[in-house]
Design a binder for this molecule. Sequence first.
Ligand code: CDV
Length: 323
Amino acid sequence: MARVVTVGAAQLGPIQKAESRESVVERLCALMEKAHRRGVQILVYPELALTTFFPRWYMADWAEVDRWFESALPSNTTAPLFAAARRYGIGFHLGYAELTQEADETGKLRTRRFNTAVMVSPAGEVLLKYRKIHLPGHAEFEAQRHAQHLEKRYFEVGNLGWPVRRIGWDGIAPANMGLMICNDRRWPEAWRVMGLQNVELVMLGYNTPALNTTNAGHESPHLRVEHSHLSVRAGAYQNATWAVAVAKAGNEDGHELFGSSIIVNPQGQIVAEASSWQDELIVADADLDLCRLGKTTIFNFAAHRRPEHYGMILDRVGARDPD
Ligand code: CDV
């Protein structure tokens, strides 16, 4: 039996700082209803899909920070999304800011904050959870920046690795699914850890400014999109997997996010691409058996990888000149 799953990328237009969570959830539900009409079985929403991209704002007061986080999923506010998924029989991926009371590596129970994504079954079960590992930006206010990017302030580095799980339900043949978030897509290591688990469908959400906000040099906006697509296409091709990369797009309180969500096949080709900076659905029929060619030939890892020569990747963090 062909293993074809109809996947949808639910790009979100801007979410202003003042927009309520209830209003955002309504938008998510409207996209899900549209996805249902187009036969989507798995719908992917962006990173931090319930709020504006709040790490661009410096907050000293942690009570204020915590207002951007979810301490339960579903909650009263997000319950309509879970109900819509049940009604339509759609599984979904959602990025959100997670607030949890959890023991750390020393065993101490404390408040922890993560940039998280989950894959939820139509019945509302969390099948897969990922906490962002490659956190970009900085931890303190930086006056020279056009905009802050305070992910290192508000989130801890994820502690769940890059999990891949074989997932299926009535109407969906089992497939190896994995999650990464935004900046991870630029790191081949993230893709390869999932490739080594035979991933067939990678889901990822992102919020990427249309301008390089570090002020460190000029990077034209079209190259920002190019680099995003290049990263996803290379990751998909080199690991012979489908990838759904979904953006938040448009002008959030004066800060532009470039959007350009894509669905990519295991050959690294873009098969669907968003064209607006609004809430927009793109759809593709993902034939998971197309992963087999790459996985059994040029990227047959068992036959061709040479880990005995890759030691430096684990031993060395920063680059340095040769001795
Ligand atoms: N949210 C992100 O992780 N954004 C980064 C930006 C800061 C470069 C990205 O890689 O798109």
